[in-house]
Design a protein around this ligand. Structure first.
Ligand SMILES: Cc1cc2nc3c(=O)[nH]c(=O)nc-3n(C[C@H](O)[C@H](O)[C@H](O)COP(=O)(O)OP(=O)(O)OC[C@H]3O[C@@H](n4cnc5c(N)ncnc54)[C@H](O)[C@@H]3O)c2cc1C
Length: 390
C-alpha cells in the first residue's frame, strides 16, 4: 500500500502562489491553488528578475523559459537627473558580477511561465478564501462559495493586503510616501538603452527606464505623495512635461507609450516579519514580506520563498515546514525589506540634506564596493546546504 501524497492548499495565484505550487508539486505534494480573480491578469507591467531569482527559477525548473522570454540586463546604472552617474554605469556581462544573469520580463510572460509548470487541474479561479483554520491533523480553508477544502498545509500567498497573514504575523501595510505610474512602451527609436536598466534620481522624484526586448521599454515615474490617491491623477501630458529636462531616453520611452497604458501605483510596505506562520499555515510573498520596490526584489524574494519551501517540504514532516522555512528565510527577508526602504532615501527623503549626502556618498563609493554590495544581494543562498546544516 502506498502512502497518499500530502496535500497543500495554496491561496493566491500571483508569483508567490504559483512558484510555491511548483515547488510543492516537485516535492511530491498534491497541490490545490485557489485565487479570487476570475481571470489571472498580471498586475503591473514588468519585473526585474535578478540573478538570485534566476537561479531560484532554475531550481524550480523554469529558468530556461525565463531566459527565452526575458531580456538580459547587461548594464546597470543610476544617474542624477542631468545624467551624472551616481552608481555605475557598469557592464555586467563581461565580469564575474552575478548580475550578468539578471533579466527583465513582462509580468504576463512570467505568469505564463509559472502557470505552464503546474498541473492545470490544480488551479481554481473566481473563488476567494475567507478563513483558514488548523488543528493537529491538518488545515481547512473556508471559501466564499460557502464550502471548504481541507489539506495538510496551507500556503498564504494572497498579497500585501492579506487579512490572514495580517492576523498571524502582525505588521500592517503602511504608505511609503511615494507613488507614480508605470508602463510598457511601444518600440523606441534607436539602439541606445538596449539591455540596460537605468534609474534617474531627482529631488523627490525619479524615473526608471529598462529594456524589455523588441525595442520596447518598461518605465516608471515615482514622486513623493501625501496620500495614495495622488498617483491616479497623474496624466501622460504632465509626466511628458516633467521629463523634458531629464535625460532624453526617458522622454523617448514616454513618447512611445499610448496615454491609456499608464498604470498608477502607490507604494505600501510592511515591516520585516518576525515569523512566517504558525503550525501548518505558512505565509509567502507579499503576504509575508511586502517591501518597497527599490531593489526590484519583491517578486524575486517570493520566488526564493518557494525554493526554500520546496527544500524543506522534501526533507521535513509537514508539521515542521513552517519552522524550517523560517530558519532559512527570516534573516534574509528582513535584510531585503530594510534595504529596500533605504533605497528610497536618496530620491524620496523629505530632507534635502539626506538626499544630497546620500547621492554624493554613493557617487564617491568605490565601484568595487558598490559592486560587492549589489552582487551580494543577487546571489542565491545554497538552501539545500543551509537546510542540512540547520
Ligand atoms: C511599482 C512596483 C514595481 C515592482 N518591481 C519589481 C521588480 O522589478 N522585481 C521584483 O522582484 N519585484 C517587484 N515588485 C514587487 C512585486 O510586484 C511583488 O513582490 C510581487 O508581485 C508579489 O507577488 P505575490 O504573489 O506575493 O502577491 P500578488 O501579486 O498580490 O498576488 C496575490 C494573489 O492573491 C489573490 N488573492 C487575494 N486575496 C485572495 C483571497 N482572499 N482568496 C484567494 N485569492 C486571493 C489575488 O487575486 C492575487 O492573484 C514591484 C512592486 C511594485 C509596486
Amino acid at each position: 500500500m502506498t502512502t497518499p501524497s500530502p496535500t497543500a492548499l495554496v491561496i493566491g495565484a500571483g508569483i508567490a502562489g504559483l512558484a510555491s505550487a511548483i515547488a510543492l508539486e516537485r516535492a511530491g505534494f498534491s497541490v490545490r491553488v485557489v485565487d479570487r480573480a476570475p481571470v489571472l491578469a498580471p498586475m503591473g507591467a514588468a519585473l526585474s528578475i535578478w540573478a538570485n531569482a534566476v537561479d531560484a527559477l532554475d531550481q524550480l525548473g523554469v529558468g530556461p523559459a525565463l531566459r527565452d522570454q526575458g531580456t538580459r540586463i547587461d548594464q546597470m546604472a543610476v544617474f542624477r537627473r542631468d545624467g551624472r552617474p551616481v552608481i555605475g554605469p557598469r557592464q555586467v556581462n563581461d565580469s564575474p558580477y552575478p548580475g550578468a544573469r539578471s533579466y527583465m520580463v513582462t509580468r504576463a510572460a512570467l505568469q505564463s511561465i509559472l502557470l505552464a509548470a503546474i498541473d492545470p487541474a490544480c488551479l481554481t479561479l473566481g473563488v476567494a478564501m475567507t478563513e483558514v483554520t488548523q488543528d493537529a491533523g491538518g488545515v481547512s480553508v473556508q471559501l466564499d462559495t460557502g464550502t471548504s477544502i481541507s489539506g495538510d498545509i496551507a500556503i498564504i500567498a494572497d498579497g500585501i493586503w492579506s487579512s490572514q497573514a495580517g492576523a498571524m504575523l502582525g505588521g500592517k501595510p503602511r504608505h511609503a510616501g511615494y507613488g507614480g505610474v508605470l508602463a510598457l512602451s511601444d518600440p523606441v527609436a534607436g539602439e541606445s538603452g538596449a539591455h540596460a536598466a537605468h534609474e534617474y534620481w531627482g529631488l523627490g522624484a525619479r524615473f526608471g527606464v529598462f529594456d524589455i526586448g523588441g525595442g520596447r521599454r518598461y518605465w516608471f515615474y515615482m514622486r513623493n505623495e501625501a496620500d495614495s490617491a495622488e498617483a491616479r491623477l497623474l496624466t501622460h501630458a504632465q509626466i511628458a512635461d516633467t521629463a523634458r529636462d531629464w535625460m532624453p531616453e526617458i522622454g523617448a520611452a514616454i513618447a512611445a507609450t499610448p496615454a491609456d497604458r499608464l498604470i498608477p501605483f502607490s507604494i505600501h510596505a510592511k515591516p520585516p516579519p518576525i515569523r512566517l506562520g504558525k503550525g501548518r499555515i505558512l505565509c509567502v510573498g507579499d503576504a509575508a514580506h511586502a517591501m518597497e520596490p527599490n531593489l526590484g526584489q519583491g517578486a524575486c524574494q517570493a520566488i526564493e520563498d518557494a525554493v526554500a519551501l520546496g527544500v524543506i517540504a522534501r526533507t521535513r514532516p509537514v508539521s515542521a515546514i513552517v519552522d524550517g522555512v523560517e530558519r532559512l528565510r527570516l534573516k534574509r527577508i528582513a535584510h531585503y525589506v530594510k534595504q529596500s526602504a533605504e533605497g528610497a532615501r536618496a530620491s524620496h527623503s523629505r530632507s534635502a540634506l539626506t538626499r544630497g549626502v546620500l547621492k554624493v556618498a554613493l557617487g564617491m563609493a568605490p565601484a568595487a564596493l558598490t559592486n560587492r554590495v549589489i552582487s551580494g544581494m543577487h546571489v542565491l543562498p545554497d538552501y539545500p546546504a543551509l537546510a542540512r546544516d540547520g
